[in-house]
Write a protein that binds this ligand. Structure first.
Ligand code: SF4
Ligand code: SF4
Length: 203
């Protein structure tokens, strides 16, 4: 039986009802099934369109689908690999069989979170994203693009982002804002409420 948490809307009705199911079996069964791995014909179009496969030589959604088919999903190596997926769903858009490799990966990521088995560098990134969201209502602020975070995406990305930050400074933008127009206060309050009610808490 899944642990189901339902969130009510706030007094002014600004938050819609959200239902969370946090049971491990729920994520494994439902998300794996929805990934459609049983229909995969190993054509490789997902891998050709996957930005993570472009960045990381050892990450290939087609191989993951094969592993899902074989039930080969409980290895240390795979627990490292799954965090390379950015959940962009280019794989879904390109698949001739309407499979969603990213959903199978999401099932494994969710299981890892529920089991407290998340690599420290991923926890660090998620803490930064949560802090940015809480303070500014945005996930990825220029001021948090430090070397540890960016080198994870490769040297090329690091230099491109560093150069972008220098250009921003020259143009007079603040380094702690990702864009020129700040998130409105009311939206910020809603974001903080959602973080609180979904268990992410404050800062
Ligand atoms: S594009 Fe679809 S069918 Fe082709 S390998 Fe990827 S998941 Fe399988
Ligand atoms: S969702 Fe993940 S596996 Fe699919 S294309 Fe995006 S990064 Fe690749």
């Amino acid at each position: 039986m899944a642990d189901i948490r339902t969130l009510e809307s706030t007094a002014n009705g600004s938050i819609k009802k959200i239902t969370l199911k946090t049971d491990k079996k729920y994520f494994k069964d439902i998300l794996f099934r929805k990934s459609g791995f049983k229909k995969c014909i190993q054509c490789g179009r997902c891998t050709a369109s996957c930005p993570a496969a472009y960045l990381y030589a050892d990450y290939r959604p087609r191989d993951l689908m094969r592993r899902f088919m074989l039930g080969d999903i409980y290895t240390e190596e795979l627990n490292e690999l799954i965090w390379k997926c950015g959940q962009c769903y280019s794989c879904r858009a390109r698949c001739p069989r309407n499979c969603k490799a990213g959903l199978g990966v999401l099932a494994l990521q969710t299981l890892a979170v529920l089991e407290g088995n998340v690599p420290p560098e991923i926890s660090d990134i998620s803490k930064k994203i949560k802090r940015n969201l809480y303070l500014k209502g945005e996930t990825f602020l220029p001021s948090t693009q430090d070397i540890d975070l960016l080198t994870e995406f490769g040297e090329q990305t690091y230099h491109r982002c560093r150069d972008n930050n220098l250009k921003r400074e020259r143009l007079g933008f603040r380094s702690d804002d990702a864009r020129n127009v700040p998130v409105p206060e009311e939206s910020l309050r809603e974001i903080r409420e959602i973080l609180k009610r979904t268990g992410f808490g404050g800062l």
